[in-house]
Design a protein around this ligand. Structure first.
Ligand code: 4AD
Ligand code: MG
Length: 468
């Protein structure tokens, strides 16, 4: 009889009574097998949920020792059997196996996940297999739920998902060093009379790079559709080896016409609270697992974000506070410096004990497109700072005045011919507008309690590392 495959998630759900005492089929990977001459217990996991289901095999009745012997940790099997209430501890139901098909063995001598308790560093070296651990199963399910919640939030709020390009012809954003995209023969690069690389011979007839942000194109969308967001991969070619930087990371960037900096902050705060609350509701099992294994304060910290109003203060006030804190920082603070994560974390973790939004940064340390304040020294920037993470969001109200914006562009040595299209939005029907960028993996770090950003993306790209 062909049975319908059930997800282990559905078998372990509270309302599984329609499946109880029925013949069912499950397929998955063996976590462990133990037992004795008479009975074998197989813990089977299919990735649909953190918990494995117990498969009970009556060894004598089964009469296939050869097959049973091959069912070791990591093997892939299909099981037919009856779902019954369990008398054992630790599970409410189990499967009494009647038939087992072995799809693939995993030689116990060679399978790297044969034993439990590997370090996260070791698991990074086997990124092709680490999704099969409980830890990475939990992380990638949360990553999915978080992505879904992002779309849900914006869709419900009347935002349109705009796909901004990955390959870009402009490097005006200035957010970081870029990866070049080229099909030129690197062994025989065409040169012009001045001896420079002749990009007119390249695939696009000009210099192109991987995008560092979808913002500039996002603004074009917002100045037509009013409220949009992008959510896609972005690339930064900095040689940063920190636990908070990736060379390829995902960024969520909403951009809103008719929003000022205060509307922008309100949106960022509501957005983050929605996402964390969504996970608390939909990923409780995985969060509990991560709290137990890695971070005893995780759930408290998540609730702190949902329950508290974020503290809002200006960069200038924050500098004064840091200067008067009596705390010894590795990087000294004074007005005009870019804040380091030690400063950000002091404000969040020591001073306010909740998320903080800093605004009105010195113009010199922020991007050309941010709206200049009346004081002429600061811009309408906002950074959202989180416990354990530091900066999780960077955003601003944008300069909508054509004259001021083109002045800033000249000042910063950006070639107008590279951004003529961006400037035209200020020439034709310009509007006040704002937006921000949320580092998706920074939020993943926060919600999973993991300490290293390489452990919250399936296949991390960092300097000197792109194996999988
Ligand atoms: O502050 P950033 O550089 O802002 C922008 O790119 C703007 N264009 C966003 C906008 O206004 N639309 O980057 C935004 C966020 C940071 O706050 C941080 O969370 C994350 O992106 N981020 C990184 N995450 C992982 N690895 C990196 N190398 C990151 N660089 C920035
Ligand atoms: Mg930033």
């Amino acid at each position: 009889m062909q049975l319908i495959k059930q997800r282990i998630y559905d078998l372990l759900k509270k309302d599984n009574s329609h499946l109880l005492n029925k013949e069912i089929n499950v397929k998955g990977w063996v976590r462990t097998r133990r037992g004795n001459k008479n009975v074998a217990f197989i813990a089977l996991n299919d990735g649909s949920v953190i918990h494995s289901i117990q498969v009970v095999v009556d060894v004598k009745a089964f009469r296939d020792d050869e097959l049973l012997r091959k069912i070791t940790t990591g093997a892939c099997i299909s099981v037919n059997g009856k779902l019954v209430a369990s008398e054992g501890k630790g599970q409410s139901v189990e499967i009494q196996a009647t038939e087992i098909h072995l799809y693939g063995t995993a030689d116990p001598e060679k399978y790297p996940l044969q034993k439990k308790g590997h370090s996260l560093e070791f698991l990074r070296e086997i990124a092709h297999l680490r999704p099969r651990t409980n830890t990475f199963g939990a992380i990638f399910r949360i990553r999915h739920a978080l992505s879904f919640a992002i779309h849900q939030f914006f869709n419900d709020s009347g935002f349109f998902y705009l796909h901004t390009p990955i390959i870009t012809g402009s490097d005006a954003e200035g957010a970081g060093a870029m990866f070049r995209v080229t099909t030129l023969d690197l062994n025989d690069v065409p040169k012009n009379e001045k001896g420079e690389v002749d990009y007119s011979k390249d695939f696009f007839g000009k210099e192109t790079n991987l995008t560092v942000s979808g913002q500039l194109e996002g603004e074009l969308g917002a100045l037509a559709l009013s409220t949009i967001y992008t959510f896609g991969p972005t690339f930064r070619a900095e040689k940063s080896f920190t636990s908070r930087h990736l060379s390829e990371f995902w960024m969520v960037e909403p951009e809103m016409a008719f929003y000022d900096i205060h509307d922008n902050m309100d949106l960022a705060e509501a957005f983050l609270k929605y996402l964390v609350a969504y996970l608390l509701e939909h990923c409780a099992d995985d969060l509990e697992f991560l709290e137990k294994m890695y971070d005893p304060g995780l759930l408290d910290r998540l609730n702190l974000v949902v329950d508290n109003q974020f503290e809002r203060l200006t960069y200038t006030d924050a500098i004064e506070l840091l200067e008067n804190s009596g705390h010894q920082f590795e990087f000294p603070v004074k007005w005009g410096v870019d804040l380091q994560s030690e400063h950000e974390r002091y404000l969040v973790e020591e001073q306010f004990k909740k998320p903080v939004i800093l605004t009105d940064y010195p113009r010199e340390i922020k991007a050309f497109y941010m709206k200049l304040n009346e004081d002429g020294r600061t811009v309408r920037a906002m950074d959202v700072l989180f416990p354990k993470i530091g900066e999780i969001i960077g955003g601003s109200q944008r300069e909508e005045d054509y004259g001021k914006l083109s002045g800033r562009i000249r000042e910063m040595g950006i070639h107008e011919e590279d951004v003529w299209w961006y400037l035209e939005t200020r020439k034709f029907g310009t509007a006040p507008h704002s937006g921000f960028g949320l580092g998706f993996e920074r939020l993943m770090l926060f919600v999973t309690g993991m300490g290293n950003i390489r452990d919250v993306i399936p296949f991390p790209r960092t300097p000197l590392s792109a194996e999988f």
